[in-house]
Ligand binder design. Structure first.
Ligand code: C5P
Length: 230
């Protein structure tokens, strides 16, 4: 497969977009749900492509929808589209295989975080370029967090000062991400840094963005709509 490469950029961005999105209710795959008339994936790719450091974008599409996604993104940015897998982890692994050899910095960015700004993409890539093998954007946790049993009994209160909510894009030295995916046994990682941590690699945090919220439920779509105007 031939990838579309922008000569300016040294960063490859993988966009897993093959999820069904059941929590948004019945309908199209989540990445294809509309936010002010445009699919979430279009919003996400437009912002990724606006970051000058980005040289190639690989999207993992729902397997039956590769041509649809290709057509959809044609006017937005040059992208390579591959069929995703049955889990997020498999979709990322499929996209990773399509990254041309010369890219040493790889970011993974959920299509569901459709409004993550180009500056966040740049900040994560810069931190990898500065020498960190793995980089994640994080926000402080504002709610009090409790551990709760299956029967709804509170087991304890967690010290939230040491907790962070983790976003995407997450950035990696390519070899680190490839090794982590190769070693991953079960399909249970909800993010790529989780796989890398298991390899004993240090993961560096950088400040996240409120705009990089994950659009999971109908409420999030309403918030995202407001953010488009802000
Ligand atoms: O399901 P979840 O919200 O954790 O999905 C996060 C991201 O992973 C979404 O952008 C979704 O489209 C993607 N995904 C994927 N392939 C799957 C499942 C989820 O690319 N099989």
């Amino acid at each position: 497969m031939t990838a579309h490469i922008h000569p300016r950029g040294d960063v490859a961005v993988l966009v897993p977009a093959a999820g069904s999105g059941v929590r948004l209710g019945p309908g199209a795959p989540k990445a294809l749900r509309l936010l002010r008339g445009e699919p979430l994936l279009v919003h996400a790719v437009r912002r990724v492509a606006a970051c000058p450091a980005v040289g190639v974008i690989v999207v993992a599409a729902p397997p039956g929808q590769v041509p649809t996604v290709q057509r959809l993104l044609e006017p937005v940015a040059p992208v390579t589209v591959v069929p995703g897998g049955t889990t997020r982890q498999r979709s990322v692994a499929a996209a990773l295989e399509a990254v041309p050899d010369q890219f040493d910095i790889v970011l993974v960015h959920d299509a569901a975080r459709a409004l993550a700004p180009p500056a966040l993409v740049a900040a994560v890539a810069d931190a990898v370029r500065a020498g960190h093998d793995a980089v994640i954007p994080v926000l402080p946790v504002v709610d009090t967090i409790k551990e709760v049993s299956a029967s709804a009994e509170v087991l304890g209160t967690v010290d939230r000062s040491v907790l962070r909510a983790v976003q995407t894009p997450q950035g990696f030295r390519r070899a680190v991400l490839v090794a982590a995916h190769a070693a991953a046994a079960a399909d249970d990682a909800s993010d790529d840094a989780g796989l890398v941590e298991k390899q004993g690699v240090r993961v560096r945090c950088v400040p996240g963005s409120d705009h990089a919220l994950k659009i999971t439920r109908p409420f999030d779509l309403a918030v995202a709509e407001l953010l488009l105007d802000s």
